[in-house]
Design a protein around this ligand. Structure first.
Ligand SMILES: *Cc1c(COP(=O)(O)O)cnc(C)c1O
Length: 399
């Protein structure tokens, strides 16, 4: 086998990240010697309980919250469900209207659609061509029935960062709660829940080099949120079930590492990302970068290539050892193009020909070089065989 065939290069960190060795090391004792149930009263419970509470402090410190405002969940999806359904059910007396955006993750959108079937009404705000929500639109959408605004901190497909503090300010000016899905933002966007006017915030361990199936919901002190998971008295009676102690410990260590030097991390990743973007746009005609030119996650590059299919790009990249994604990874298998790319105004054909490359901590300049070598070949080959490609003007028509 030659080098190229053996090479595997992962550029899909928005889908999930590898777990850092320090995180695994922090978790390991909680699978073995510290196996006790944190709720028990004997000595075996002490260390697990300490581990969980230390992690609560680490998560709180990372977002400027108090430890008593952090509740552990089984991931970002559960945190989004809890925030939105929990606020809706607890505040029904005050109103039945929710404002969100058209480009939220399905954990938010499908939750809102379910609430519509329960009699709530939801406004899905449009975004501009770069994927930004206009805080003025939020203000116009709010009525005296509105109980919640939910807008993600940063988009998982195109990386656009929302004006979260302004959206939160508008919500608060009208006495409305503000939730943000910060799953993609942790470790990339500095978060301060007070300065950013956030009442509820969702995060997920496996998006920042922590374990899968772990997450947390921040709930501002005094916020009315219904409990969804009933059972024992864990998480101060608000989320039942024996704690995932090793996972929670790993989440805590991972968020501490991810937020230790956000600016330095972003500088390193963005410089590789920017070279990747320039190289691809220069080498491949009829290509465009989706998302905001500057207000975007440092690790995100999302392209559209005309005349080709995203799935075909992925197959050929995969054959050369490059792991990437197209459209929305969560809706792969469906024929509908990404709701995010449609919302920023891409025609169906261009939305179908999209490619998302998301860099991470293990990527190197060599990886960028390799993608810059392989991708133009792949797009060129696909365009040669695509019935959509217009005939090249340099090739005279057959007489
Ligand atoms: C991955 C993701 C989620 C879901 O988190 P899980 O922990 O995988 O359930 C929610 N929102 C966004 C923006 C995401 O990227």
């Amino acid at each position: 086998m030659n080098d190229l065939e053996e090479r595997t290069l992962y550029m899909d960190h928005a889908a999930t990240t590898f777990m850092k060795p320090e995180v695994l090391a922090a978790m390991a004792p909680y699978f073995s010697e510290h196996f006790g149930n944190p709720s028990s009263l004997y000595r075996f419970a002490g260390e697990p309980r300490n581990g969980v509470e230390a992690a609560r402090g680490q998560v709180a410190a990372a977002i400027g919250a108090g430890p008593e405002e952090i509740f552990f969940t089984a991931g970002g999806t559960e945190a989004d469900n809890w925030a939105i359904k929990g606020v809706a059910l607890a505040n029904r007396k005050h109103g039945d209207h929710i404002v969100t955006s058209a480009i939220e993750h399905h954990a938010v959108l499908h939750t809102c659609e379910w609430l519509e079937r329960q009699g709530f009404s939801v406004t899905y705000l449009p975004v501009d061509e770069f994927g930004r929500v206009d805080p003025g639109d939020v203000e116009e959408a709010i009525t005296d029935r509105t109980i919640l605004v939910s807008a993600m901190t940063a988009n998982n497909e195109i990386g656009t960062i929302q004006p979260v503090a302004e959206i939160g300010r508008v919500a608060h000016d009208h006495g409305v709660l503000f939730h943000t899905d910060a799953v993609q933002a942790i470790g990339a966007v500095p978060i301060d829940v007070d300065a950013m006017n956030i009442d509820l915030l969702s995060l997920s361990g496996h998006k920042f080099y922590g374990p899968k199936g772990t997450g947390a919901l921040y709930i501002r002190r005094g916020t009315r949120v219904e409990t969804l998971i009933h059972g024992g008295g864990q998480e101060r009676r608000r989320r039942a079930g024996t704690e995932n102690v090793p996972g929670i410990v790993g989440l805590g260590r991972a968020i501490e590492l991810a937020t230790a030097d956000i600016a330095g991390h972003n500088r390193r990743i963005a410089s590789m990302r920017d070279r990747l973007v320039r190289g691809i746009l220069d080498a491949i005609p009829d290509s465009r970068l989706n998302g905001h030119p500057t207000e975007r996650l440092a690790n995100n590059a999302n392209f559209s290539f005309r005349y080709v299919e995203g799935e075909s790009i992925l197959l050929l990249l995969n054959a050369r050892g490059i792991c990437a994604s197209t459209g929305s990874a969560c809706s792969s298998g469906s024929l509908e193009p990404s709701h995010v790319l449609l919302a920023i105004g891409l025609p169906h054909e261009e939305a179908h020909g999209s490619l998302r490359l998301t860099l991470g901590d293990a990527n190197t300049e060599d990886d960028v070089d390799y993608v810059l070598e392989v991708l133009p070949e792949v797009i060129g080959r696909l365009r040669e065989i695509s019935p959509l490609t217009p005939p090249s003007p340099r090739v005279p028509e057959a007489e």
